[in-house]
Write a protein that binds this ligand. Structure first.
Ligand SMILES: [Zn+2]
Length: 499
């Protein structure tokens, strides 16, 4: 019996799969049992070709059993352990140390990158087994500390390693560099829009959701993109969380600590946004975990999609169901929404005239309200700039690098404050902690109560205002939330009702 282990993914977790191979005499054939998925069934051809390529004579009726039998096996990452299991059954490998091997085989025997190596690395570490992965996946594995892993180019190379002909080089573990995020869209290049920039800074500092309402061409998309450049670097734990999700779908990772920025088009389906599908994958809301999920032209999104975002926005995770059970993906995103003020886009514009009927505007406004909007902390107008503002070359806006420094400082204050609750930012604060920890002075409390009545704020709205006030105070380096912080936070709740 060979001692080759592969893995299969259940959500973001890798489970060990034992490859058992039995061969009886007869014409050459391979059968795979143990709930193999489509990609696993197709591995017969790839495995046969790769084995022939390295000179293995294929003979007999080969039965491959993937154990345990009750878990469905997905993906081509079982190619490598199946090939090794067959070689072992043919008596070509001798005694080999127990290990986990994953990789998709090319017809020429080369190993191709696969998804799921980060969960596999966690499993290998837990079981204290060596892990062999395609060399192209080495970068991801290197970010998981304390795992004995090796990157290999081909089946032939791994066979040589097992036969003791060559000594494998372990993948050296690396620490993610705290490099400043690549700033592709700089706030310094965005003219005017002081309020929007301030709101973006607050959103980045406390990880608060943001809605930008403005005419086409007012720069909403640029502002959303610029937010990516002022976010604080991922912490160690956040980095692992994002690595796990990305590895599950096979998105290459870089060794930096940049937060994800995922723009979603309004034609996107619920499955692509929230996850699921026949081969169960995380959606954009999980790929954007700990980063930005950007929904441009928000009012054009299908109602099913926006409705299905409610739970993941509230809970910070999403439960995706399929026939065999459910899996949980993280979804703690900074949601940025952008929308026009009316169907024609000119409502409130100082120069261009709105051509929409009052009925059309009413209908449109309804799309801009409702349950998702209740979960948006900062709501602001982004007016189109006048010709004079556009031609103001004296406009010396702050650069993203400078803003980012303030954001990092404010985030550090939050990390220290919430460490005992294992939270990292103000937006994450659950309801019971809002009441317990965000205490206002008597005057400030009275001011907020007055305004909440006038603005008809819901309970949820009220605690969102409190969390934003806390972030504004943190940006100012203030220990206490003052009336001015609450007043500014309230301004971002009433912004879009003003047009
Ligand atoms: Zn209009």
């Amino acid at each position: 019996m060979s001692s080759i282990l592969g893995v299969t993914l259940v959500g973001m977790e890798a489970l060990p799969v034992e490859i058992e191979v039995g061969i009886v005499s007869g014409l050459f054939s391979i059968s795979i049992v143990g709930m193999p998925g489509k990609a696993v069934r197709e591995s017969k051809d790839r495995v046969s070709a790769a084995l022939r390529e390295i000179g293995v004579t294929l003979k007999g009726k080969v039965a491959v059993n993937l154990a345990p039998a009750d878990i469905p096996k997905e993906g081509a990452l079982l190619d490598l352990p199946i090939a090794l299991g067959m070689m072992s059954a043919y008596g070509l490998l001798g005694e080999i140390p127990k290990s986990i091997c994953i990789g998709e085989l090319g017809l020429d025997g080369r190993l191709k990158r696969v998804r799921g190596v980060v969960p596999a690395a966690f499993l290998a570490r837990k079981l204290d087994l060596p892990l062999f992965v395609p060399r192209e996946n080495s970068g991801e594995v290197a970010l998981v500390k304390g795992v004995k892993a090796y990157g290999v180019d081909s089946l032939a190379e791994l066979v040589q390693i097992f036969l003791g002909e060559i000594q494998p080089e372990p993948i050296e573990s690396i620490t993610a560099q705290d490099l400043p995020a690549a700033i592709e869209t700089d706030f310094a290049d965005i003219k005017g829009q002081a309020t929007a920039k301030r709101a973006a800074e607050i959103a980045a500092a406390g990880h608060h959701n943001l809605l930008l309402v403005g005419s086409p061409g007012s720069g909403k998309t640029m502002i959303a993109k610029a937010i990516a450049g002022i976010l604080p670097p991922l912490t160690d734990e956040e980095l692992i969380e994002t690595l796990l999700v990305r590895s599950t779908v096979g998105i290459p990772v870089n060794p930096g600590r940049e937060r994800p920025f995922r723009p979603v088009h309004f034609s996107a389906s619920t499955v692509s946004v929230c996850g699921g599908g026949s081969n169960l994958h995380p959606g954009e809301v999980s790929l954007a975990h700990r980063g930005v999920l950007f929904l441009d032209e928000f009012t054009e999104f299908h109602r099913d999609v926006t409705e299905s975002l409610r739970a993941p926005l509230e809970d910070g995770y999403i439960v995706v169901s399929r026939a065999a059970g459910t899996v949980k993906y993280p979804s703690r995103v900074l949601l940025v929404l952008a929308a026009n003020p009316c169907p024609c886009g000119n409502l409130g514009d100082p120069v261009l005239k709105c051509t929409c009927s009052p009925y059309a505007i009413e209908r449109y406004k309804r799309k801009l309200s409702g349950p998702i909007l209740d979960r948006i902390d900062l709501q602001i107008n982004v007016p189109r700039l006048t010709a004079e503002e556009l031609l103001n070359f004296q406009d010396s806006s702050e650069s993203s690098a400078v803003i980012r420094e303030r954001v990092i400082k404010a985030r550090k204050i939050q990390e220290d404050r919430w460490a005992e609750y294992k939270l990292v930012c103000n937006a994450e604060l659950p309801e019971k902690l809002v009441k317990k920890c965000l205490i206002l002075s008597e005057d400030t409390r009275k001011f907020l109560a007055d305004m909440a009545g006038k603005l008809n704020l819901s309970g949820r709205g009220l605690s969102r205002v409190l969390k934003v006030s806390r972030t504004i105070a943190d940006l100012a380096g203030e220990e206490n939330i003052l009336t001015q912080h609450v007043a500014e936070a309230l301004m971002y709740r009433q912004g879009i009702t003003a047009f």
